[in-house]
Write a protein that binds this ligand. Structure first.
Ligand code: ATP
Length: 512
C-alpha cells in the first residue's frame, strides 16, 4: 500500500470505529471541520491530560488558565493579526480551485528533493557497503542537476518571502510551470493576501455591533492575563502559563484531514523570563518538548527539528518539531522565542503597565517569552497514523490493529464473557464494576470471541479479559495482550495491578 492509500484507509477507519467524523455529515459536511466520536474524544482527552500534567504538575512554576475565545478586538490589532495574519492565495482560472502560493512552491521543492533522494537510494543499492552518500551527492550528474534547480528556486522563493513580493511568487510558479493538480494548467490569477481570522459581531443591535474575531491562537489569552496570574499567583520569574483551547483559522487550503482544520485545538505554554536568558530557555524547552514526544514511544526517528531560517519580526529564535506523517515530515509543534514583543504591544495598546519587578535585580522590566505551541488534532493524527497496522496472521487472515501507546488508548480493557449464559455475564459484570473506577473499560458479549478481539484491536484496546467457565471455579480470567496477542491466566484480584502497570499515564510522566 502506498502512503497515499494508507492515509485514505486511515481516514475511513477513523470514521468506521467512531474516532473522527466529518462535521455536519448529514448535510454533506463542512470543509475542514471535523467532529470527534466516542473513541476520538477519549484519545484526545488522554493526549491533553498528558500535556497538561507534564506542564502544570511536573513544573511547580507553571500554572494553567482557561481564557475565552472572544476577546477585545484591539487585542488582535496589538498582536499584529489584523494587519499581518495573511496567507498568499492564488486561483487557477480553469479549475477555479484556490491554493496557497507558498505551498505550491514548497511542494514543488519537496518533489525535487524527493527525486534527489531516489537517485541516492538507487546509488546505495548499486554500490552496497562501499556507498559514500556525500561523495555521491557531490558527483552524480542527475543529483547535481536537480540540486542546481532546487537552489535556484529556493533562493528566489526566500528572497520573495523576505520582500513579501507577491508578483515574484506568481512568476516563480509560472517560470517553473507549476500546474494546478486538478486542471493541469498554468493559468493562474495574481497572488493576493488573505486574512485568516474569522470575524463576527457582538452586541444586540446591528448599529451598536462591534466586529470581533474568533481567536486564531490561544496565546493572546495568556498574554492579556499575564498581570492577573502573576499577581494573584504570586509568581516569580521564570514562570509559565499553560492553556488548552480552541482556535480558528480560515485556512485557504484545508486538505489532509485533521492536519489542517478551520476549527482546531491548541495546547500552548508561554514561559516568562528575564531578558537575556531567552536563548538558554529556548534550548531547554526544545529539549524538554522533544523528550515529551519521544517518551510516548512512537520512535525517535519519526521526529526532527526544523529550525526557522526566516524569523517572524518579533522572534529571535524559532523551531518546529516535525513528525513523519503519511504525507512526509510536517510541523507538529512550534517553539518560539518571542522576546517582549507581545507584552510590549499590549502595554502600548492598552495603556496599562505590564512589567515585573525583579527583586534580585532590584529593577522592573517587561518579561521575555519562550512559547511552546502544539495542535491537539495534529497530535491525534500523529498517534493514529503511526498506530494503524494491517498484519498478516499465520492463518492467512489479516488483522487491523491500532497499536496506540497504552496510556493514550481510548479503552484500556475490554471485559468479555465467553458465552452469554451459565453465569458468565454476571461474573464479567462484576469484573467490569471493579475496574471501571480506574480505567475506561468496555463490556461486550455479542459475537464470537474472535470477532470481539478484532473489534478491540481496531480501536486499540491494550487488554481483552475473557471470563470463561473455569473462571467460575478458579477465579482466574484470560488476559490477551493487543500487540503480541499472547494470552495468560490471571487471578481476578490481580487484574487492576497488571493493567495499571501498562496504562497508567503517571508512568509516562515519571520518565520525563
Ligand atoms: P502551519 O505552518 O502548518 O500552518 P503554523 O506555523 O501556522 O502552522 P502555529 O501558528 O505555530 O502554526 O500554531 C501552532 C500549532 O498549532 C502548529 O504547530 C499546529 O500543530 C497547530 N495548528 C496550526 N494551524 C492548524 C490548523 N489549521 N489545523 C490544525 N492544527 C493547526
Amino acid at each position: 500500500m502506498t502512503q497515499d492509500e494508507l492515509f485514505k484507509v486511515l481516514v475511513a477507519h477513523c470514521k468506521e470505529y467512531g474516532f473522527i467524523f466529518p462535521s455536519s455529515e448529514i448535510y454533506d459536511g463542512l470543509a475542514a471541520v471535523y467532529d470527534y466520536g466516542q473513541m476520538g474524544v477519549e484519545l484526545k482527552n488522554n493526549i491533553k491530560q498528558y500535556w497538561w500534567n507534564a506542564m502544570t504538575r511536573l513544573n511547580e512554576n507553571i500554572v494553567g488558565i482557561d481564557s475565552c475565545i472572544f476577546m477585545h478586538p484591539r487585542i488582535w490589532e496589538a498582536s499584529g493579526h489584523v494587519g499581518a495574519f495573511n496567507d498568499p492565495l492564488i486561483d487557477n482560472k480553469d479549475s477555479k480551485k484556490r491554493y496557497r502560493a507558498d505551498v505550491l512552491i514548497e511542494d514543488f521543492l519537496a518533489k525535487i528533493e524527493e527525486k534527489m533522494n531516489k537517485e541516492v537510494e538507487k546509488g546505495r543499492k548499486r554500490f552496497g557497503e562501499a556507498f559514500d552518500e556525500a561523495q555521491f551527492r557531490a558527483t552524480n550528474p542527475n543529483v547535481l542537476r536537480e540540486q542546481a534547480k532546487y537552489d535556484e528556486v529556493h533562493n528566489r522563493y526566500k528572497k520573495a518571502e523576505d520582500a513579501n513580493d507577491l508578483a515574484e511568487y506568481r512568476q516563480i510558479i509560472v517560470d517553473n510551470n507549476i500546474v494546478c493538480p486538478i486542471s493541469g494548467t498554468c493559468n493562474w490569477t495574481d497572488v493576493r493576501q488573505f486574512n485568516l481570522m474569522f470575524s463576527t459581531s457582538m452586541g444586540s443591535t446591528a448599529e451598536g455591533a462591534n466586529t470581533i474575531y474568533l481567536r486564531p491562537e490561544t496565546a493572546q489569552g495568556i498574554f492579556v492575563n499575564y498581570l492577573n496570574v502573576q499577581k494573584t499567583g504570586r509568581m516569580k520569574i521564570p514562570f509559565g502559563i499553560a492553556q488548552i483551547g480552541k482556535a480558528f483559522r480560515n485556512e485557504i487550503v484545508a486538505r489532509q484531514f485533521i492536519f489542517r482544520m478551520r476549527e482546531f485545538e491548541q495546547m500552548e505554554m508561554q514561559f516568562f523570563i528575564k531578558p537575556g536568558t531567552e536563548l538558554e530557555w529556548f534550548k531547554k524547552w526544545k529539549e524538554q518538548r522533544m523528550k515529551w514526544h519521544v517518551n510516548i514511544g512512537m520512535g525517535a526517528e519519526n521526529y526532527r527539528f526544523h529550525d526557522h531560517e526566516k524569523l517572524a519580526h518579533y522572534a529571535n529564535a524559532a523551531t518546529d518539531i516535525e513528525f513523519q506523517f503519511p504525507f512526509g515530515f510536517k510541523e507538529l509543534e512550534g517553539i518560539h522565542s518571542r522576546t517582549n514583543w507581545d507584552l510590549g504591544r499590549h502595554q502600548q495598546y492598552s495603556g496599562r503597565k505590564i512589567e515585573y519587578f525583579d527583586p534580585e535585580e532590584g529593577a522592573a522590566y517587561t518579561p521575555y517569552v519562550v512559547e511552546t505551541s502544539i495542535g491537539v488534532d495534529r497530535m491525534v493524527l500523529a498517534v493514529l497514523s503511526h498506530s494503524y497496522k494491517e498484519e498478516k496472521l499465520e492463518n492467512g487472515e489479516t488483522r487491523v490493529v491500532l497499536s496506540i501507546p497504552a496510556p493514550l488508548a481510548p479503552v484500556k480493557a475490554a471485559v468479555l464473557p465467553l458465552v452469554k449464559k451459565d453465569g458468565l455475564p454476571e461474573l464479567a459484570q462484576k469484573v467490569m464494576d471493579d475496574l471501571k473506577y480506574d480505567f475506561n473499560c468496555q463490556y461486550e458479549e455479542k459475537d464470537s470471541i474472535g470477532k470481539r478481539y478484532r473489534r478491540q484491536d481496531a480501536i486499540g484496546t491494550p487488554f481483552c479479559i475473557t471470563v470463561d467457565h473455569q473462571s467460575l471455579e478458579d477465579g482466574c480470567v484470560t488476559v490477551r495482550e493487543r500487540d503480541t496477542m499472547s494470552q495468560e491466566r490471571v487471578k481476578i484480584e490481580d487484574l487492576r495491578a497488571l493493567i495499571d502497570k501498562r496504562v497508567n499515564l503517571n508512568n509516562l510522566l515519571r520518565n520525563l
